[in-house]
Structures are given as structure tokens and as C-alpha cells.
Design a binder for this molecule. Sequence first.
Ligand SMILES: Cc1cc2nc3c(=O)[nH]c(=O)nc-3n(C[C@H](O)[C@H](O)[C@H](O)COP(=O)(O)OP(=O)(O)OC[C@H]3O[C@@H](n4cnc5c(N)ncnc54)[C@H](O)[C@@H]3O)c2cc1C
Length: 402
Amino acid sequence: MTSRKGKDMTTAAAGPAEVDVAIIGAGMAGTTLAMVLGNAGRKVALIDPHRIHHEEFRAEKIGMSQMRQFEKLGLDKTIMPLVTPMNDIHVFRLGQLFAREHKWEYAFSYGALINGLRDALPPQVPLTVGKVAEVTTGPDRQRLVLVDGAVIDARLLVVATGYSEAIRRAIGVERIELSKAHSMAMGFDLAISREECPYQAVTSYGKRAADRIAYISVFPIGNKMRANVFLYRNLAESWTKAFREAPQKMLCELMPEIAAQCGNFEISGPVDVRQVSLAKTQGHRRDGVVFVGDAFWTTCPTPGIGIGRVMTDIDQLSTVHIPQWLETPGMAADKINAFYDDPIKVASDEEGMRVSIYAKQITTETGLEWRVRRLRNNTARQLMIIGRKVRHLGLRREPGMA
Ligand SMILES: Cc1cc2nc3c(=O)[nH]c(=O)nc-3n(C[C@H](O)[C@H](O)[C@H](O)COP(=O)(O)OP(=O)(O)OC[C@H]3O[C@@H](n4cnc5c(N)ncnc54)[C@H](O)[C@@H]3O)c2cc1C
């Protein structure tokens, strides 16, 4: 078996590779954890079936708070060249300009970001390209046998395999769906270039509960303009089929207030559609192994909290728990449980699940309580829009009056 950097890290003939931590899955969680542990001098094995992370529609934007998490772990210098920064976001609500937000956000293609992180792995942490055929976990040592016969022996096993079921099932951990087909996300490139778009970035919220649209976000990645739509529908609905057949027509009808600025929503390339369910893990409290990121819980993309949750896991694991666990012999479940009971991790996961559920309710629920909440929120927003217009008019009249 050959690693990404061409080194044979583990071969059947050479006997087991002995490491402190073996990480299965080199996505956002696995790769960042491997980097931080490797940079701290830990012996780490990072295993993924693919040398290059394929292009897939996942997170495409993070905010300043996530960038700060990368910064805290010393990863910001690696991340910055891989992202497109922006800090002038036109926000539309109720079909009108509501605010201009001057906060930093950073856009990227997920595959390119993960590959950039993989390329920056320290030389002592090569990516092992291979499939895990056998996993044995216990209170002292964890043993992985890869399909080619290579053996990795570790004190701790970290499972960071995202949505994938194979490793979780092999270990005997169950995925419990809390809200099946909870939301849908769509991503596509616009035909206009960054220079042709009068807005640096736009967020436009859905107007009617019946539309079941949370918001559309239009932003630059490099020189192209990309759009993400977050909504509450499922793949089988006729609406979804109609959208896939005529996305430009439907977007112009749904968001006429920004259509002209967005090249009348002419789309170049395919419309990527992902359905997301909210899920938790059951049976994860066991000897020798810890589950992180989406392999632990899956929340909804709409509130944009996935990467923040992943990085909270990695921060708490790499700076607090793993150093403590490695200090003393053994890796029994009572050690591992300290991570699952860590108040910072628990708060991050629970808040992620709470906002995932709330974002859907406030967008789509039709019961009296939710209609009243929407009315209250929209009245406050309408007043702010009027106040903004009045201020704008006042400013325009002032020179003439003087
Ligand atoms: C459509 C969509 C839009 C999103 N938008 C946002 C957003 O705007 N903001 C935000 O914060 N979050 C967003 N998220 C959530 C965010 O993308 C995820 O929370 C985050 O990427 C999870 O990272 P991870 O490392 O846990 O999983 P992944 O990055 O999926 O990594 C899993 C890795 O495991 C590997 N693997 C799988 N099976 C095996 C196996 N058997 N053996 C070895 N390796 C294996 C895979 O190859 C992959 O490299 C979005 C999610 C989706 C689906």
C-alpha cells in the first residue's frame, strides 16, 4: 500500500505500524485532527480509501467564528489560500434590501479545501490510502487490518467517516434518524462572473411559508459566482423535479428582487441536490474508539453550523482529551466518555441540533404559535426596512436643503 506522499507506511511484510492515534476518514474532521496531532509530535495514522477527495456538494462557506477555530489550532495559514474572502453581504428580507453586513465570510469548494488540507499534512503524517477490512477495539490497543493485509496498531481509534456507515456498523454503532429528509440543499454555478455581479455576495430569505425556502446565498468562489439554496422539501416532490428542469425560471419567480443582479439566474453547470436527515449515534460509548464530526451527529446545513461543530470536536479532542488519555495506560470507555460528556462539546452539538430544528419550524410551521412568531419578526423587519429607507431619503435630501 502506498501513501499519498509515496511512502510505504504499513505493509504486511513490515509488521504492524504502531501509532498513538489511528484516524479513519480524511475529511474535514480527520484531516484537521491528524494535522494538529502530527504537529504536536504524536504518531498518527490517517486512513481514507481515496487519495484525492472527490468534488462533492458540502459546506461551501464559513464565517469568522469558524475561521477563529482554525486559527486557534494553527490551521488558518493553511486554510486562507484555499478560500475566497468577502465582507460586503447584501441581505434581502421580505423581498427588499434589509441590511448590508460587513462581516467576514470565506467561500470554497469542499473537495478543493480538503485536498489543500491533505497536501499540508506534516511529512510524519502521510495519508494511508486504503480500505479498512477489519477493526478490533479494546481497553488497551486498537487494531486495523486493511484490505491489502497491512496492519495498524493504535492506542486510540478515531472514526471520522462522515455519513458513511461501513466503519460504524463494523464497530457495532447505530445511527438513529431524528428527522428523516429534514432539509434539502442545492448548489450551482451562475453564468455571470464575479466582476459582472454588482453585489459581492447576497443572501435573500424566503418570503412565504408555503415556499418552504429558508434562503438563497450567492457568493464568489474564485472568479465564479456560486449559489446555495437551503429549503425544506424532498427529492421525490414534483417541486424538486420542476426546479431541476427549469431552475432559472423558478429562481426568477421566487427571488425577483435579486434576479437582475444575478444574471437573471442563468446557470452554468449542473444543479447539485443533497437531502439531509438529522441523526444521532447510539452505542458509541465503548473502549478504545471515539466518533467525531458527522460520524457522531449529523445536523442541518441551513444554519451553517456543521464545520463549527466539527472544529469544536477537534479542538476539545486535540487540546484537552487526547493529551490526557495518552498520559496514562489504557484507553477504556471511562476515559473516552469524558469527551462525550465535555460541556463544550455537548453545548456545541445540542445547539447545532436545536438551531437545525428551529430553522425549519420558523420557515415552514403553520400552527398559530409559529404564524404569530413570523408576524412579529416580519413586522420588526418591515419597520427596520422603512427606517432604513427614511434615513436614506434624509441623507439624499440634506445637500439640497443646505
Ligand atoms: C449540502 C451540504 C451543505 C453544507 N453546508 C454547510 C455550510 O454551509 N456550513 C457548515 O458549517 N456546514 C455545512 N455542511 C456540513 C459540513 O459539510 C459537514 O458537517 C462537515 O463537512 C463534516 O465533516 P466530516 O469530516 O465529519 O465528514 P467528511 O468531510 O464527509 O469526511 C468523511 C471522510 O471519511 C472518508 N470515509 C468514508 N468512509 C470511509 C471508510 N470506510 N474508510 C475510510 N474512510 C472513509 C471519506 O472519504 C471522507 O474523506 C453542509 C453539508 C451538506 C451535506
